[in-house]
Design a protein around this ligand. Structure first.
Ligand SMILES: Cc1cc2nc3c(=O)[nH]c(=O)nc-3n(C[C@H](O)[C@H](O)[C@H](O)COP(=O)(O)OP(=O)(O)OC[C@H]3O[C@@H](n4cnc5c(N)ncnc54)[C@H](O)[C@@H]3O)c2cc1C
Length: 159
């Protein structure tokens, strides 16, 4: 994809919400593209702690079109989710450009203009599927609490 391109729909993000949206767009005649700022598939799951598991079994954790494989009994490990999302992208040949961090979105009166560094895309419709992990909500009371009472998930590797 050249640095300047136009598509019907542009999706910012490459996590599960973005992939599920792309799955349905793929069934239309619309051109679309995903821009994700992570170097690899998996969205927020790449930033969970090492022992993180889903709180629901694989059969209840799938996104549209393809059931999450269930490689082991119990609740899937974070790595199984990352594998699933990576395979999902490949299975449906979703057009994802990585890593691209979108800096701004404006509207020129006709199309959305999506800027990522020196790269620019234009689109008729825009989906923001950027999740929350990179912008955590810090409670206003945090400074009043002991330092070991609050901890950012993305800053925690173990347990
Ligand atoms: C501890 C924990 C346990 C959880 N357990 C479960 C569970 O058991 N079952 C379940 O269903 N859900 C669970 N969740 C929730 C699940 O992780 C999230 O709901 C899910 O990851 C959200 O997917 P998403 O696609 O909306 O966002 P994300 O997975 O966060 O994907 C968003 C993507 O957009 C990228 N992005 C952000 N800004 C930009 C930008 N400006 N330009 C380009 N890319 C950008 C991000 O880097 C990321 O790759 C859990 C969450 C946490 C924190």
């Amino acid at each position: 994809m050249p640095a300047q391109a136009s598509v019907d729909v542009l999706i910012i993000g490459g996590g599960q919400a973005a992939l599920a949206t792309a799955y349905f767009l793929r069934r239309t005649q619309l051109s679309f593209l995903l821009l994700d700022d992570q170097p690899q598939p998996g969205g927020a799951w790449q930033h969970g702690w090492d022992s993180l598991r889903l709180f629901s079994p694989a059969t209840w954790s799938s996104i549209a079109g393809w059931q999450m494989p269930n490689p082991e009994p119990g609740y899937p490990h974070r790595d199984a989710v990352i594998d699933y999302l990576a395979q999902y992208e490949a299975r449906y040949q979703l057009p994802i450009v990585r890593p691209v961090h979108v800096d701004s979105v404006t509207h020129d009166g006709e199309l959305f203009v999506v800027q990522a560094g020196s790269q620019q895309w234009r689109c008729r419709a825009l989906v923001s599927a950027t999740g929350t992990w990179s912008k955590p909500f810090i409670p206003a009371a945090q400074p009043l609490l002991a330092s070991n009472c609050t901890r950012r998930i993305t800053a925690t590797r173990r347990p």
